[in-house]
Design a protein around this ligand. Structure first.
Ligand SMILES: [Zn+2]
Length: 351
């Protein structure tokens, strides 16, 4: 566990065990929550690397969370129903939406059966390049290369660097270093570097992507279930804010058109890849609205408030994070207190 995660957990535990969050809940809890999930995988198959593991929860934790939110009296609703409640300002009961990003095969294997078992609605935002094996899942490529190699040679900032990656602890250090090096690069350069590494260490980027992805047949089966909403999550999972306007529109419409052709649906809910402030902002929100979508979600971490009916193309979500797979963390996050306090602190610092 990273130091940052340890500090965050200590603060969350403090809020929980002192019951302090209950005093603040009324101020911060909002009207509902959209939850974000990525991978649902067995604990023994989870990533050894912190940054990737936070995108993974176990099937047991998903099931436990569903039981927990039902017991807490939430309505589990579809994105259409959530939008309707926001537009009509109907908040007699609090709501939860389950959303899963990207379209990974484990969603079909583990999450879909659980949603069917409890008969609850869910959304999968699909990146069609992942379905077709053309997206570059650079963070997974990097993981695979570091796991299989004892040494990584890479030219960084004009210098030839050599990283020893024999032991697991060495691999973790190398992964963190190279992850952020790549994450902060311009897109083209990022792809050039990861493709060069893949060639050098004999990794098929396409095969890796296809092994992670749901097939069109699986997506078809899911899309035909009335519990499912299939949303648009772009063609290639690029940070849209880094692209020219025409490329943004292309990334979005190519994905939506393919989903429409293959699945005979209107994929009219959208989710921004990465979804943080540097990947999607006011320009992108406007483009998505103009393209006729019903809603769009980010990864800004907040509960939904009544006034989000004025921000339907920039809806925040709360992640179910692999490092916080405990009922007390779910209860805290649903209260809106930790994210609300964090937001208030940021506003205070800005002043
Ligand atoms: Zn995504």
């Amino acid at each position: 566990m990273s130091a940052k995660t340890l500090i965050a957990r200590t603060l969350l535990d403090g809020l929980y065990y002192t019951n302090a969050y209950r005093l603040l809940e009324d101020k911060y809890k909002g009207v509902g929550v959209i939850l974000t999930l990525h991978h649902v995988v067995k604990a023994e198959n989870s990533s050894p690397f912190n940054i990737n593991r936070l995108l993974e929860i176990t099937p047991e934790f998903l099931e436990q969370t569903i039981q927990q939110v039902i017991a807490l009296g939430y309505d589990i609703v579809s994105l259409d129903e959530m939008r309707q409640r926001l537009i009509n300002q109907q908040f007699s009961r609090r709501f939860i939406c389950f959303t899963l990003d990207d379209g990974y095969i484990d969603n079909y294997q583990y999450a879909f059966p659980i949603f069917k078992k409890y008969n609850i609605p869910f959304t999968i935002y699909v990146t069609t390049g992942i379905t077709e094996g053309t997206a570059i899942l650079w963070w997974r490529c990097l993981e695979k290369i570091i796991l299989q190699e004892n040494q990584i040679d890479l030219e960084m900032n004009g210098r030839n660097e050599c990283f020893e990656s024999k032991s697991l602890s060495q691999k973790k250090i190398v992964f963190d270093k190279l992850y952020w090096y790549l994450r902060n690069m311009p897109l083209k350069q990022q792809h050039t570097v990861i493709l060069a590494l893949a060639t050098k260490y004999r990794l098929s980027v396409e095969e890796l992507c296809l092994n992670c992805a749901m097939s069109w047949d699986m997506l078809k089966e899911i899309s035909q279930n009335p519990l499912a909403t299939i949303g648009t999550h772009t063609a290639n999972h690029l940070a849209l804010a880094k692209l020219p306007v025409e490329d943004v529109k292309n990334e979005v419409t190519v994905c939506r058109d393919k989903l429409s052709q293959h699945l005979q649906i209107d994929a009219d809910h959208f989710c921004y890849p990465y979804g943080d402030g540097s990947s999607a902002d006011t320009r992108e929100f406007k483009i998505i609205e103009d393209l006729g979508f019903k809603t769009a979600t980010t990864t800004r971490k907040q509960v939904i408030r009544a006034d989000h009916n004025n921000h339907l193309f920039a809806l925040p979500r709360i992640p179910l994070n692999g490092h916080y797979q405990q009922q007390r963390y779910v209860q805290l996050l649903l209260s809106g207190v930790p994210t609300g306090l964090w937001e208030s602190a940021k506003q205070f610092i800005k002043r």
